[in-house]
Design a protein around this ligand. Structure first.
Ligand SMILES: CC(C)(COP(=O)(O)OP(=O)(O)OC[C@H]1O[C@@H](n2cnc3c(N)ncnc32)[C@H](O)[C@@H]1OP(=O)(O)O)[C@@H](O)C(=O)NCCC(=O)NCCS
Length: 141
């Protein structure tokens, strides 16, 4: 793909329905509605959305306390745009705002991608869904 890629770190005029549709079509949909996507991005410490012209083709966001701990989620590049450095650029934008913090993330199968950015595998991660997945005050929006 040869369109010009731009990176936005604000959430002005994001088409959440379009984000949802592209994620679903790219098999990277974890069930959030457009308004749940909006809430999760708005409640993040920092976000990056990559665009090819007006089309959303990448996302990444970070949860952080602004002091010592950060957690990166929703790192995704639309399949036709992969292996062009887009996710690396989004990660660098997020990491540049996390000086002095320990940054953690979980991945099933993208270890090599993160190692290239300087992440090291840590032996044990634990997780739990509290109650039912996606059922909370943002469910009805
Ligand atoms: C993982 C993902 C975000 C990478 O996005 P991308 O924009 O293609 O990444 P980049 O082009 O910045 O890749 C940088 C480097 O990471 C490594 N890398 C990226 N994808 C890789 C893959 N599928 N297999 C092995 N190495 C990979 C390569 O070393 C690559 O450099 P190279 O292209 O010069 O060889 C993308 O494949 C994706 O969206 N996957 C599905 C969602 C996902 O798994 N996200 C991570 C969840 S935690």
């Amino acid at each position: 793909m040869t369109s010009k890629v731009t990176y936005k770190t604000d959430l002005e005029q994001v088409d959440w329905q379009a984000m949802k549709s592209t994620l679903a079509g790219d098999e990277f949909d974890n069930g959030r509605s457009p308004s749940q996507l909006q809430a999760s991005f708005q409640n993040s410490y920092a976000t990056v959305i990559a665009y090819a012209d007006a089309q959303i083709i990448g996302t990444a966001r970070v949860l952080s306390d602004g002091v010592c701990n950060a957690y990166i989620v929703d790192v995704w590049t639309f399949t036709p745009y992969r292996r062009q450095g887009i996710a690396s650029a989004m990660m660098q934008l997020l990491l540049s705002g996390l000086e002095g913090q320990h940054v953690y993330l979980f991945t099933d199968d993208s270890v090599e991608f993160y190692e290239k950015l300087g992440f090291e595998v840590q032996a044990i991660g634990l997780g739990k869904v509290v109650g039912q997945w996606l059922q909370n005050k943002n469910s009805q929006q």
